[in-house]
Design a protein around this ligand. Sequence first.
Ligand code: BGC
Length: 550
Amino acid sequence: MSETERELRYASWHKDAVIYQLHVKSFFDANGDGFGDFAGLTRKLDYLASLGVNTIWLLPFYPSPRRDDGYDVLDYESISPEFGTLDDFRRFVEAAHARNMHVITELVLNHTSDQHPWFQRARNAPAGSPERDFYVWSETDDKFAETRIIFVDSERSNWTWDPVANAYFWHRFYSHQPDLNYHNPAVIEAVLDIMRFWLDLGVDGFRLDAVPYLVERENTNNENLPETHRLLKHIRKTLEASYPGVILLAEANQWPDQARDYFGTGDECHMAFHFPLMPRIFTAVAMGNSQPIITMVQQTDGIPEECQWAIFLRNHDELTLEMVTEAERNFLWDTYASDERARLNLGIRRRLSPLMDQDRRRVELLHMLLFSLPGSPVLYYGDEIGMGDNVDLGDRDGVRTPMQWSSGKNAGFSGGDPKTLALPLLDNPRFGFQVINVAAQEKDPHSLLNWVRRILAIRSAHQAFARGAICFVSTENPAVIAYVREYKGECILCVANLSNIAQAAMLDLHQYSGSRPRELFGKTVFPAVGKHRYPIMFQPYGYFWFQLKP
Ligand code: BGC
């Protein structure tokens, strides 16, 4: 590829991205060892293309003791053997690119596994040496007292005593995940080298895991420090010089203003997960009230031109409720996790379909919002078929079970011995692979899978969804949300009833007076917008997308 071709291909691709997040280990096992692998994933690329996604985000696949499912890395420049070889990875990236798909990988840069050679070297090196200084040490465990604990269910302190080093080491997550010390320039260089390694293999971007916690400073809460932002800007500038088009996607689970800071002035991360919006979507649907969504979208609008939110409903972690008020958290816990086993840390470890009580109307409504609010949508594997979860598995494993391809042996996920599967299959009358699987839904034109394909095809035919401005429309009914997405003269009106009862609304569309709304699923043309408010009626959780034709 020539330099210009590369630049063209990559120009702001993240703004049109439809991201599919998956765990290689749980997706498809090609060699029958019970573990998903890159060869298997490559074989399923046509499925992903047919779904309508164009970007794949891979959860960690590096060698790891896997005490945090791979977020405890012990070698950043290779692949854990169960997933295959670097050649398999290369082939996967080529095959994805051949289908015009981009690949985003995990960069766990806040911490390593305590088994990582850097940590082993550090704990044995003399205090004050450059090797020791790869991590953050202290003689006492009362330093940085203002810093919160994230994994509240399992950790009591962010410090752990290391008898080898004779000192405490700092960790924001599990006590086997020591934090790297970004005050040490050698750490920054090492991380940049890791990034270059994967970019040379064809990777298009990185999800930067846990970025708010990179740099520590005394008398702060050690989150979102200016030093952390400077570091990210430095990483971006350095990489972009050699790899134009590379995308940095920030995992910053923060309040709105702090989350948007990760865009800088367009010189920091290209994308950031929309953590502020996610729980408010669930609140809005639980309350049957549009205000939580409207307030949050308005508060987080107007980000730098080249930046884009990554919006999501569910992911591989618990549905986090860290950045909501205590009252909101209790409300969401009561609504969606009355079964205490579903609660983990400050969140809910459930998949989308069970959260919605397997109510197809609500599942569609949530996807409709996901695909039409400003940002690039992120789909979590299995949610397109309404997969369930298993709260009896430890930690967050219950939402990471094998993809359900068919009702056959091992759900069509693996040809191997059922006892060797990476995680147990879901096997119950409501969510088991016998009833919820790709093969059955492929055959059913009305399945959730085929509906997701249809709505994604509609979305990709109108760039206003990916790139348009948003303007909320007054509805005279708090249960009804309405907004227009506009891009290059095309206007798309999105309306939905967030409540569980039928609703009518009167839309203020005076700006569009004279235009005829054309419904995008069935192409029916609705009565023209006149001078008065436009009446519209909905079934419970009903929604429409209209193109406003002048
Ligand atoms: C990841 C989690 C992981 C944690 C520690 C996160 O933010 O999404 O899955 O446990 O980082 O690495």
